[in-house]
Design a binder for this molecule. Structure first.
Ligand code: ARG
Length: 575
């Protein structure tokens, strides 16, 4: 990894001038313009100010210090002081080549495993069950999955937990519908659709009839109180709900270590309220039990006047359970930005309870919009089902393949290839966004072969792979034995980008942003293109150059494959 090695060189030197070297090490980054160098350090400006000297002088002093370090001598071709005190660092091609040879031989592609592995609990997907999965479930599921995969690859211990909404008011409504309108035959045929029908009837009647709303509420209460009839009904319905979501997860290639829904915590809720009261954190207010916060008018309600417990109560019980069972360093909640108030209050309460060390993060995200820039709906204004959405992505991928007269995909691979391209497109379109932004859902854009899309990356991968089959080379053999020589600037640029894979992954891990990885992959694919245009591989003049370039190709393919894999996207050998 380049950046961490540069930091390693500068850390002891900066320590001579400051007690907080890490802060200044954070000011080393890639050069925006390769003309000036590969990396640049901007710390001399603030450091010079602190030391009361001209930043250029500080930069020069640090430069002199660096030159004493033999590793720096090996690593940098030159270091310049520029402008007000920038240090421009140019890497030595031999050093880059050596690093690449190691990366090529390494299963981890040169990415070290975390020296200080952390334990993360990641709460994601977490749909409210008993309804079909829909477009609103995509983001949490895909972002959470990608964050899990990345942190795991970096060597951390990850517990993924699907905190199902399996205990909410939707059950009261379904029970009401069940007791008045159940069509047994329909339920046998398609349980989830029948449950949806019953839910909708209840919804409609509730809206116009207050007594139906009361009845639905009582049905939920009975379930929570352990009423045998409702509990039996719940137990009858739940396997179908789980089968429904599992089917969606299988299509999306998603799995969880734990699936502890809200129901799992039911027995623990009275204890939570009692604890909060004992600690003096919760008080009664208008009959409800609330936690109040300084400087905030609205409290967090943990028990309603009628005795019912709430979402927040369950989240507290869940927190205690996770601390007891997994002792995490961090808990991530990958949840829609509209719940940010809830998490702010939840996290404050946890701190007030004395848990100071565990890192709590609401990994929030924006909304998927339709072409009209309002939340994505079907033409008739209904929620877009996940199944239909995935079907269409796969269908369109298949159509695009069939339209290409030169496709080399064998007929028996068509289904699987279309699936990988279609689902990959959907995931990548989501993950390549800044997660906090809303984005517009567009099949055309996401399936385009040009631009920052999964298809573009999958195509790049397949193209690199085809070089090996065309030339009759075994990538494993090439990668394990070749020496790397870097001569052409495009070759050097590709090489440096390949060594930045770990940096990109650290970027994802820092603030749980998979778009750092997609941007990296896009940049890598672009550099590969320019390498491929400028540097003949199979027709290289010398065998040694050919083997070196084949190794670059192989490492590019493996990095794309691994990178896409960490986004939850599969590659295809032919496109
Ligand atoms: N089921 C909730 C919903 O659909 C999301 C749960 C998120 N996780 C949590 N621990 N609160 O809104």
């Amino acid at each position: 990894m380049i950046l961490s090695t540069i930091e390693h060189v500068f850390r002891p030197i900066l320590s001579r001038y400051t007690d907080t070297p890490e802060k200044f090490l954070g000011m080393i980054s890639r050069c925006a313009d390769a003309k000036f160098g590969d990396y640049q350090a901007n710390f001399a400006m603030p450091l010079g100010k602190i030391l009361g000297e001209k930043p250029r002088d500080t930069a020069q002093k640090i430069l002199n210090d660096v030159c004493e370090n033999p590793l720096a001598e090996k690593m940098f071709e030159k270091i310049d002081v520029a402008g007000p005190g920038f240090l421009n660092l140019t890497l030595r091609a031999e050093w880059v080549a050596e690093q690449l040879e190691c990366a090529a031989r390494d299963e981890r592609l040169g990415v070290p495993s975390a020296a200080d592995p952390k334990t993360y609990v990641i709460d994601y997907s977490s749909p409210n069950v008993a309804k079909p999965m829909h477009v609103g479930h995509i983001r949490s599921t895909i972002i959470g999955d990608s964050v899990c995969r990345t942190l795991r690859f970096l060597g951390h211990h990850v517990v993924s937990d699907n905190h199902l909404g399996d205990w909410g008011t939707q059950f009261g409504m379904i029970f009401y519908g069940w007791k008045h309108y159940l069509d047994e035959k329909k339920f046998e045929e398609n349980p989830i659709m029948e449950l949806l029908r019953l839910y909708r009837i209840a919804r409609e009647e509730m809206d116009s009839n207050e007594s139906v709303a009361d009845e639905c509420r009582r049905e939920t209460e009975r379930l929570h109180a352990g009423d045998p009839e409702n509990l039996a009904l719940w137990n009858r319905i739940m396997p179908h709900c789980l089968a429904e979501i599992d089917r969606a997860y299988a299509r999306l290639d998603i799995s969880f270590d734990e699936t502890h829904g809200e129901s799992f915590y039911n027995d623990r809720l009275p204890g939570v309220v009692q604890l909060l009261k004992e600690k003096g954190l919760a008080v009664e207010s208008n009959g409800a039990v609330c936690v109040f916060f300084e400087g905030r008018e609205t409290p967090m309600i943990v028990q309603k006047k009628d005795g019912a417990y709430l979402y927040a109560t369950t989240d507290l019980a869940t927190f205690f359970y996770r601390m007891e069972n997994f002792n995490p360093d961090a808990i991530l909640y990958v949840v829609d930005h509209r719940q940010s108030e809830h998490f702010q209050m939840l996290f404050k309460t946890i701190r007030m309870l004395g848990y100071e060390d565990v890192d709590l993060r609401h990994v929030s995200f924006g909304t998927i919009l339709g072409e009209d820039r309002t939340p994505f709906k079907t033409r008739s204004g209904e929620t877009v089902g996940l199944d239909g959405l995935l079907d269409e992505a796969v269908e369109r991928a298949r159509a695009a393949i069939l339209q290409n007269p030169t496709t080399t995909i064998a007929p028996e691979d068509l289904d699987e290839t279309s699936r990988r391209i279609g689902i990959g497109a959907l995931k990548y379109a989501d993950l390549s966004q800044n997660r906090e932004s809303d984005y517009i859902f567009s099949y055309d854009k996401m399936l385009s072969l040009n631009g920052n899309t999964a298809a573009y990356m999958q195509y790049a991968y397949a193209r690199v792979r085809s070089i090996f089959s065309r030339g009759g080379f075994d990538p494993n053999e090439v990668a394990s034995s070749s020496k790397i020589v870097l001569t052409h600037p495009a070759e050097r640029a590709l090489a440096i980008e390949l060594l930045r894979f770990g940096e990109a992954l650290e970027g994802v891990a820092k603030d749980f942003r998979p778009n750092f990885l997609s941007s990296y992959l896009y940049e890598l694919a672009n550099r590969y293109s320019s390498f491929f245009e400028n540097c003949p591989v199979l027709r290289a003049e010398e065998d040694a150059v050919r083997d070196s370039r084949l190794t670059l190709c192989d490492l590019t393919a493996r990095t794309i494959q691994k990178g896409l894999g960490l986004l939850g996207i599969q590659t295809v050998e032919k496109m």
